[in-house]
Structure formats: C-alpha cells, structure tokens
Design a protein around this ligand. Structure first.
Ligand code: TXA
Ligand code: MG
Length: 319
C-alpha cells in the first residue's frame, strides 16, 4: 500500500529510480513518472487503465527546462507562460525528437505545464527530467483533489503519495494550443478562466469536443464520471418531482427543505464559482459513496470557472 507523506527527497528518489509517485498540484493530484522514461510512462497507462491514444502532460518547474523539450514557443504562448505560470494552464508545443512518442500518443505536440503547488514545485526543481502526470484516478472516473482520494483508488499500485493537502483550484488545467497561423485554440476548459486568457492574447477559439470522437483525446465525451447516474436540471423542479426516490443533490448555493442534510451538498453558500470548483470533485465522490440511487445537480452560471464546472458535469452525466 502507498505511503502518504510529505517527504520530497523520498519522492524524488523513487522517481529517479523509475517508480511512480502521486503528486499534489493546485488543480488535481497527478500520477507522476519520468516523462523521458518509456517504461515509467507505460506504467502510468497501466495503473490508470488508460488507453494509449490519450496523451500525457509533461510538468516542469521552469521555462528553461521547457525550452529543452520543445522546438519553438510562439509569441502568444510565451505571453501566456509569463502571465500564468506557475498555474493551471497547459500549453501544446512542438516536441523535440527525444521526447518519447508514447508520451504524446504519437502527436507532434507535447502538452507542458508548470504547476503552482509549492511541494511539487520543489520536487520538480530536484529533478533533471520532466514529470509525466495525468490526473491520479482510474481512467474515466472523477479526478482526485486530496491525497486520500488517490489512496482510495490507486494506493495498492504505487509506493508513495506526496500529500499537499486539498487542491486549491480543484479542476484540471485549461489546455491551449496554436494553429499554423499561431492563433490560440482552447481544447479543454479548466482552472484558468477564458476571460483571463483573452486579456493576454485576445480572442481565442474554443474547440471543445463533446462527441465520443477520440481524436481530441481527454476530451472524451464521457469522463470525470461517478459510478452513479448523474442528472443535470432545474433543482427546484427535480427535487419535488423525485420525492419518493432515494437520491442525492449537489447544488450551487441552494439548500432544500425536506431533504436530510446527508443527501445534499452545497458547493458554495456565497455563490462563489471558484469555491464551487474547488469542492466539485470531492462532492461527486462523497455522493457516489452514499447509499443513493442517483445524483441530481444543476447548470452553473456560464462565466468564470462556471464554464469548466458545466463542462465536467456534462461529461460526468454522459454514459
Ligand atoms: O490539471 C491538470 O492538467 C492535471 C494535473 C495533474 O496537472 N493533469 C491532467 O492530466 O488533467 P490528464 O492526463 O488527466 O489530462 C490531460 C489531457 C489529456 O487527456 C489529453 O487529452 C490532453 O491533456 N493532451 C495531452 N497531450 C496532448 C497533446 N499533445 N495534444 C492534445 N491534447 C493533449
Ligand atoms: Mg484526467
């Protein structure tokens, strides 16, 4: 069983020996291994039961190190890097030949990110290789936002979980790439708000996949899903309609009379979307573990992190 602790040296030693370690980031916990070591990468796919057509993100602690793994950084990418790294933004850049194809599922771009969590930042500074780190959950399930979440699902398969507390953003990074004309295209909504990105590089195109087409991997239609059925709708109508059934509610800010407290989770009493994002995955997990038949939730305001929350809920409700 995995040990949970805060020993960065131990984590670094395991990673240098080719082993996997779960690491905290400000978005979600990652399942990390040496991004230059094909056998470590294969282990990541195996532990997560992840299909190999779904590429991984390489994490480092400096732009200098990123320059070592990519051929070219477009001006707008550099502006985003300077504005938002370390932070919840992943940028797709043309990879150098020594970056293993299995990391990128054969694509010419590698996804790179400098995460903001202090423990992981310090861990990365002790390594002379980037860390491949997908979210530390079994493929398709809800991403982990605490060391315990990782332990519950992957604890039997990895030696160490670096415990950095609860994730402060709570939703995966926003993914952005550039077309031939170096125009920015957002492929995944996430912890960095579109408004903030547009303030730096101007209008961006959104290419968010809502089909089951695996060409935009990771943006698979059904994803981030609890094992219980999730229904999105108007809670004021749904709660009374289902009154004879055994269900749980995850609401933005509203509480419901006639429902016991253990059957409802409010994500932010003060209607704060950042707080709601931080609580979302933990709430889905908690409800999934309760004795309820299904979970009902609602559409969030389509602004700020509400956009990423709605994206995750939509995928979690798809099966
Ligand atoms: O916040 C995050 O991004 C977290 C933390 C641990 O950093 N990581 C994460 O990784 O969410 P993962 O593997 O669960 O999701 C990354 C997604 C992949 O599913 C894939 O679709 C996309 O990033 N991706 C990675 N490399 C890509 C590439 N070269 N081109 C297009 N999409 C890529
Ligand atoms: Mg994931």
């Amino acid at each position: 069983m995995a040990e949970i602790g805060t020993n960065i040296e131990q984590a670094a030693a395991l990673l240098k020996a080719g082993k996997l370690v779960a690491i905290p980031t400000e978005t979600v916990y990652g399942l990390a291994g040496n991004a230059l070591d094909e056998s470590a990468i294969l282990d990541i796919f195996k532990v997560k039961k992840r299909p190999k057509f779904d590429p991984l993100i390489a994490h480092t602690d400096s732009l200098e190190k990123i320059k070592g793994i990519v051929t070219h950084i477009p001006d707008k990418a550099l502006m985003l890097a300077e504005a938002f790294w370390p932070g919840p933004l992943t940028i797709l850049l043309n990879k150098k030949p020594h970056i293993p194809d299995i990391l990128t599922s054969g694509l010419s771009d590698v996804a790179v990110r400098i995460p903001r969590h202090p423990l992981t930042h310090s861990l990365l500074s002790q390594l002379d290789f980037p860390l491949a780190a997908p979210s530390a959950n079994p493929f398709g399930y809800i991403s982990p936002t605490s060391a315990q979440h990782v332990h519950d699902q992957l604890g039997a398969h990895i030696p160490y979980i670096l415990d950095g507390g609860n994730c402060s953003v709570g939703i995966e990074s926003t993914i952005i790439g550039f077309n031939e004309q170096e125009q920015p295209i957002v492929y995944r909504l996430g912890g960095k708000k579109i408004d903030d990105i547009e303030q730096v590089v101007g209008k961006v195109k959104l290419r968010i996949n809502h089909s089951s087409d695996p060409i935009a991997p990771g943006m698979l239609k059904s994803h981030y899903a609890p094992s219980k059925r999730l229904i999105i709708g108007n809670l004021t109508e749904l709660v009374p309609r289902f009154h004879k059934r055994n269900f749980g509610v995850i609401s933005f800010h509203q509480s419901f009379e006639g429902l016991t407290a253990d059957r409802q989770i409010i994500l932010s009493k003060t209607r704060n979307l950042d707080e709601a994002a931080r609580q979302l995955f933990g709430a889905l997990r908690t409800m999934d573990q309760k004795d309820v038949e299904f979970i009902i939730t609602e559409k969030f305001p389509d602004m700020g992190l509400g956009q990423a929350i709605n994206d995750r809920l939509k995928r979690a409700a798809t099966r």
